[in-house]
Each structure stands twice: as structure tokens, then as C-alpha cells.
Design a protein around this ligand. Structure first.
Ligand code: FES
Length: 174
């Protein structure tokens, strides 16, 4: 290597080194900003979801008499099933399996919900009839106004067992 080449190499070395140093500092700064953003997002209190406070959370299912006792009707918009029990009461059941969250279809011929993922089964009240699901299907509040069934899909209610007081009944006709 000639003396001239050597001189060139030594003059290029420091500028390349300083460029790399600046690059690393820049990347470190960007990473720091991203981490700060993640921490701030994590610590900031969550705003309630619009759905929870919105009147759109109330879904009008229909007149009481349009649901035959012992039937299950799927409501795609609200992502729930409306069960009308044999004695006339109503339950709005979540479609999500309480095991790992798969969507459970209603099997009309067997009169039960059966999860395609791990074969949990639930009866028309959403109660577990076959594990591994650890608890009944979650429910939404049902209320009946002027003989019209309505469901509040804004708040999911978790339950450890089926109880009679979870069922909404229409007023008896006099
Ligand atoms: Fe339904 Fe596992 S997700 S049984």
C-alpha cells in the first residue's frame, strides 16, 4: 500500500466511525420514544367502549309471541342467542364458549349448543352439560317492554351457574 492510500484510509475511518455512532444514537433515541409511548398507553386509564354507553347496545328482538317456547334464535348483530324456555321465560346467551372462546352453534336436532373446538355442550339455558367448559354461557340482560323483548348487549354478565332469577318473563295477560 502506498503512502497516499494509507493517508486516504485513515481519513475515511474516523468519518465512518462517527456516522455509525450517530446512527446508533439515533436508533436508540427512536427505540426510547417507542418504549415511552407503550408505557404511557399502558398507564393511561381506558375510556369505556362506546358500545357500553351507547343506546345501540339495546337490541329489540321482537314481540314475545314471535318466539315459540323451547326455541333458540340467533341474533347476528348482537352476537347472542335468544333462548325461550319451555315455561315461557327468556335468556340472551353469549355465543362464546366459556372454555377458550370458540363460537358455539345451536344444534336444533339435539336441542343443545355444542362447541366445535373441544366438544363442550350447553343446554338451552346455557348451562354446561359436557365439559371442559368451566361454567355456563355468559348472558346479557333481557327486559320486556310492552310485550317486546329487548336485550342489552352493552354488558356481558358472567355466571357460575344457571339460576331461575336470570330468566326474564313476560307479564301474564289478564
Ligand atoms: Fe369450546 Fe374449548 S373452546 S370447548
Amino acid at each position: 500500500m502506498s503512502k497516499q492510500d494509507k493517508a486516504k484510509t485513515t481519513s475515511v475511518e474516523p468519518s465512518r466511525r462517527s456516522f455509525l455512532t450517530k446512527l446508533w444514537i439515533g436508533l436508540g433515541f427512536v427505540a426510547l420514544i417507542e418504549i415511552a409511548g407503550i408505557v404511557i398507553a399502558f398507564l393511561r386509564p381506558r375510556r369505556p367502549r362506546l358500545r357500553e354507553v351507547n343506546s345501540e347496545a339495546i337490541i329489540t328482538a321482537g314481540p314475545v309471541d314471535s318466539f315459540t317456547p323451547g326455541s333458540v334464535t340467533a341474533f347476528v348483530r348482537g352476537r347472542f342467542y335468544l333462548s325461550r324456555l319451555e315455561e315461557g321465560g327468556f335468556l340472551a346467551l353469549s355465543r362464546k364458549c366459556t372454555h377458550l372462546g370458540c363460537t358455539v352453534p345451536w344444534i336444533e336436532k339435539d336441542k343443545k349448543f355444542e362447541c366445535p373446538c373441544h366438544a363442550s355442550a350447553f343446554d338451552i339455558t346455557g348451562d354446561v352439560i359436557n365439559p371442559p367448559a368451566p361454567r355456563p354461557l355468559d348472558i346479557y340482560q333481557v327486559f320486556i317492554e310492552n310485550n317486546i323483548v329487548k336485550v342489552n348487549t352493552g354488558k356481558l354478565i358472567k355466571r357460575s351457574e344457571f339460576r331461575a332469577e336470570q330468566v326474564a318473563y313476560p307479564k301474564k295477560k289478564i
